[in-house]
Design a protein around this ligand. Structure first.
Ligand code: NG1
Ligand code: ZN
Length: 541
């Protein structure tokens, strides 16, 4: 069995374990950057072991805390086919991260080596990348030390978005396959996206778009893409592009700010590109999320702000793709996957058109549920999502293409190009942006026409700090609490009193808090409901 114990023991003291329990959660490890060095060192080792368990296939490590504040950071692992880490490895990562001593660390690692019968036959391969946080380079050094101790082959992705790293990993592992995913470089990613966009869009003219890059790595990715697209293909104004200016990342801008505050990024009233009717969008800090919005009046008036969130993107995409699938005449089932955070109005709208699944929060749950459909559209309300085409669907589309004509052939061709343009490994702000632009131009819709699909129910999301959030346990895709004992009945009673009321409580998987969501027919009712339920939560824990 294979484990370079001496090398690990020698390198380990440079990365002392902090006095804090760390958990591999929904998005890997995520906490204040200054306690993460030991975790990054150890994840370098675990990633190498994960690669060995996959016969030396490349796996990925991404250093980012996504939409969270700049002083936070995080690390997550990407599996060999570009998907999230296999769930059975999450507790292994947690155990390794929390080993108190070097001996304990070696013991935990040995456990993995024994369980998976890892030997030295293959060389492990790890691809790693990081976001623009000032803390990222030091954490990357820690990863490198872990990889060196393991004698792993490493590929440095550099500053990348999370979805770009997912792309690199999958592309690295399909180089020899009959259908390579793409060239395993950053430029390969841009070219794949750009070529597919040009193939789908043809001479359709998308609406102009103002992009808030959250002062993060999305700035670079957007520029990279625009550089590869033929000149004037897209009419984009990029804002909040201050990469590297301390304290700027996700500060008063970015997808999470816009979604949770339900308003424009700070200072937008002074931007000349920000005009009533103009379509706008915001990326998050690692550019795997996107939300859109527009104004119906002056930027200074909060009432003129209209959000087009992940639910609206899902509705736009599901509707459009369902029409294309119908035109092909193929018996493919298209479905949509949401979480409890999906606006009730979006669920009602979609339910009338396509089958819907509701899953627990966290992309891995949505992704898995979407795989059950031939074409699975999944989006979290916060703007993280994508579309999956099953191997069966791809096969049928390709076969049908061979002798199709007219509208049928056009629909097949478009679906096949969309399947390339859409980053199916994970939500991708750039790829989702192109998807929305392509659909809006095909429909000849502006922001307002898109928004008219349905009207969001007023909603509020609140955070409550509690002593121990593990006390809160849920069932029914997190829509109901089973613990603390009587809390759900009390919530039900509050909800019953509110027209079109809905509320639920769940512990966050990424922050030390409990989240409370409420929606209602009226804005004041939603506000009151979220406050009342939050008070219940505070007093029960
Ligand atoms: P938690 O902290 O478990 O609510 C948040 C988001 C998720 C997901 C993860 C990963 C909300 C309400 N929750 O999870 O949807 O995106 O972060 O980043 O937006
Ligand atoms: Zn993100």
């Amino acid at each position: 069995m294979y484990l370079p114990e001496h090398e690990i023991a020698d390198a380990s003291p440079a990365f002392p374990k902090p006095d804090q329990r760390l958990v591999y959660g929904t998005a890997g490890f995520r906490t204040k950057a200054d306690v993460l060095a030991s975790t990054c060192f150890r994840m370098g080792i675990v990633a190498a072991l994960r690669s060995l368990s996959l016969d030396g296939a490349a796996v990925g490590l991404m250093v980012t805390a996504s939409h969270n504040p700049e002083p936070d950071n995080g690390i997550k692992m990407v599996d060999s086919m570009g998907q999230m880490l296999a769930p059975e490895w999450e507790p292994l990562c947690t155990a390794v991260a929390n080993a108190e001593t070097v001996d304990e660390l070696i013991r935990e690692l040995r456990r993995i080596v024994d369980a998976f019968r890892l030997d030295g036959t293959n060389e492990p391969h790890v691809v790693y990348a990081w976001d623009t946080r000032p803390s990222s380079p030091a954490l990357v050094d820690a990863i490198r030390a872990g990889l060196r101790a393991m004698g792993a082959k490493s590929t440095e992705g550099g500053l990348l978005t999370t979805p770009q790293l997912h792309y690199l990993v999958l592309a690295s592992n399909t180089l020899q396959s009959p259908k390579p995913f793409g060239e395993p470089t950053e430029q390969g990613y841009y070219r794949k996206l750009a070529d597919a966009y040009v193939a789908v869009a043809g001479d359709r003219r998308p609406p102009p778009l103002v992009v808030d890059c959250a002062n993060g790595v999305g700035t670079r990715a957007l520029q990279g893409l625009l550089h590869v697209l033929p000149p004037n293909t897209l009419e984009i104004t990029a804002l909040r592009t201050a990469v590297g200016e301390r304290g700027q990342l996700n500060a008063g801008c970015g997808a999470d700010f816009v979604k949770t505050q339900q308003r424009l990024p700070n200072g937008y009233a002074d931007e000349s590109a920000v005009q009533p009717g103009t379509l706008m969008c915001s990326f998050d800090g690692d550019a795997d999320r996107i939300v859109f919005y527009y104004l119906t009046g002056p930027a200074s008036d909060p009432a003129s702000f209209h959000l087009l969130d992940g639910d609206k993107i899902a509705s736009l995409a599901a509707d459009y793709l369902a029409d294309l699938v119908k035109t092909t005449g193929l018996p493919l089932q298209l479905g949509c996957v949401q979480t409890a955070y999906a606006n009730g109005a979006s669920t009602a709208y979609l339910e009338a058109k396509v089958p819907i699944t509701c899953t627990k929060t966290g992309v891995k749950h949505l992704h898995h549920a979407a795989e059950q459909y031939d074409v699975g559209v999944y989006f979290e309300a916060n703007g993280h999502g994508t579309v999956l085409f099953s191997p069966r669907a791809m096969e049928q589309l390709e076969q049908a293409m061979a002798n199709a004509e007219g509208a049928k052939a056009a629909a097949l061709r478009e679906l096949l190009s969309l399947a390339v343009m859409i980053n199916q490994t994970v939500g991708d702000a750039l790829s989702d942006m192109l998807l929305v632009l392509v659909i809006l131009s095909a429909r000849a819709w502006d922001a307002r026409a898109w928004d008219a699909c349905y009207t969001d129910l007023p909603n509020r999301l609140a955070k409550v700090s509690v002593r121990d959030r593990t006390v809160f346990q849920t069932t029914d895709a997190e829509r109901r609490l089973t613990s603390p004992a009587t809390l759900q009945a009390q919530i039900d009673e509050l909800v019953r009193a509110v027209p079109s009321g809905r509320a639920f409580v769940r512990p966050s998987g990424t922050e030390d808090c409990v989240r409370v969501y409420a929606e209602a027919a009226g804005s004041e009712d939603a506000e009151r409901l979220v406050r009342q339920v939050s008070e219940l939560v505070s007093s029960s824990a």
